[in-house]
Design a protein around this ligand. Structure first.
Ligand code: ZN
Length: 110
């Protein structure tokens, strides 16, 4: 299956605002794997690893993923336009699921 993404959204996702909105949190720091060429060319554009405060005011690393509608979902009638949010989730992590780095050692680089 071909994954076609809304080009504007891809650029937006390198920023924090959309992730804060989708996950209703305040991002303190983003983690970008060392292998990534630039923040505008994320290897995995539909996921983010970030440090955010939880409701107990404790800062924790999160892995968040969002599923955006592509051409297929639009033609199936599941979404009205490409880039529409189909679903999203976030979970607490300690290691980056992509590069395996211990995220808690990155915290003080803020
Ligand atoms: Zn990483």
């Amino acid at each position: 299956m071909e994954y076609i993404e809304h080009p504007k959204l891809k650029a937006l996702k390198a920023g924090n605002e959309v992730w804060e909105e989708w996950n209703d949190c305040k991002i303190l720091q983003r983690h970008f794997c060392k292998s990534q060429k630039s923040k505008d060319e994320l290897e995995v554009a539909d996921a983010a690893v970030f440090l955010a405060r939880d409701k107990h005011n404790k800062s924790q690393w999160h892995f968040a993923h969002v599923w955006l509608a592509d051409k297929e979902e639009v033609s199936d009638g599941e979404a009205e336009e490409i880039g529409e949010v189909m679903s999203s989730f976030a979970t607490i992590i300690h290691f980056c699921p992509y590069c395996g780095v211990d995220l808690n050692t990155e915290k003080d680089e803020v």
